[in-house]
Design a protein around this ligand. Sequence first.
Ligand SMILES: NC(=O)c1ccc[n+]([C@@H]2O[C@H](COP(=O)([O-])OP(=O)(O)OC[C@H]3O[C@@H](n4cnc5c(N)ncnc54)[C@H](O)[C@@H]3O)[C@@H](O)[C@H]2O)c1
Ligand SMILES: CCCCC[C@H](O)/C=C/C=C\C=C\C=C\[C@@H](O)[C@@H](O)CCCC(=O)O
Length: 242
Amino acid sequence: MALNGKTAVVTGAAMGIGKAIVEILLQNGAKVAILDMNETIGHCLVETLTKEHGPDRAMFLFCDVESEDELKAAFQKTIETFGGIDILCNNAGVFNEVTWEKTITINLMGTIKGTYLALEHMNKLTGGRGGVIINVASMAGIGPLSCCPVYTATKHGVIGFTRSFAAASVASGYGIRINALCPGFVQTDLFSAIQSKLGQFSAMAGATQELIEKLGVLTIQDFTAGLTALLLKVTCLTENHL
Ligand SMILES: NC(=O)c1ccc[n+]([C@@H]2O[C@H](COP(=O)([O-])OP(=O)(O)OC[C@H]3O[C@@H](n4cnc5c(N)ncnc54)[C@H](O)[C@@H]3O)[C@@H](O)[C@H]2O)c1
Ligand SMILES: CCCCC[C@H](O)/C=C/C=C\C=C\C=C\[C@@H](O)[C@@H](O)CCCC(=O)O
């Protein structure tokens, strides 16, 4: 299979979009480290995935992406267990305009911390073997959402950071390919909870609902089906692409 022999790390992977990405990676032969703060769901997911894909394919590691120490420990454990890291997916994210500072430290700073740790491990200029990084942004990183200025800012930031890092990687020869994924609305726990997370922008709920009705909401199954081909295209690049 296309990802045989590859090791991936996915943050925020116990449920939702991150879990969908894990399933695609496993189905295509990769070994996956599932990083999340939800231990109960995370360990239950690994039990399910192990029954489906066999032993030593999926591992849960507790990790809060706000913590550089926890990210470092999770990366190290992954390398010790699976022998290296070829793919990193910075997926962990929250939607909350009330606790907006955490939205920044998780969505944007967590993505930056993960990317910089991956650079340490993957960089061909410092003995690494290259790799692929996928940063989960959003359509809200392309155009503004009136109900969530800070969430919008974090996703615009993820895209800008990803594009700048990609340019640096090509110019420097890191051997790391990096892309931003920009989904529309997907039926997940994050999406289901937005009405209570708008804070001072709750007056924008109506405009948001109109947008949701205009764009539609993907089921996680449809999202997974649509993502599979794209994820394989991005992660299965031959050496001369990196
Ligand atoms: N659902 C959507 O409509 C949608 C659309 C575009 C982009 N996104 C983005 O996709 C990503 C995943 O969102 P989702 O909809 O699957 O959300 P979700 O809430 O269903 O899942 C998010 C996962 O991340 C974990 N998480 C949260 N904070 C964390 C932290 N500090 N450290 C580690 N793990 C943490 C949660 O425990 C959970 O398992 C987010 O970055 C989100 O912004 C979501
Ligand atoms: C309400 C947000 C919860 C889910 C966030 C997640 O990231 C999904 C985002 C999906 C779509 C975003 C679309 C953004 C569109 C903008 O370009 C702009 O056209 C919207 C203008 C209307 C408005 O209400 O601001």
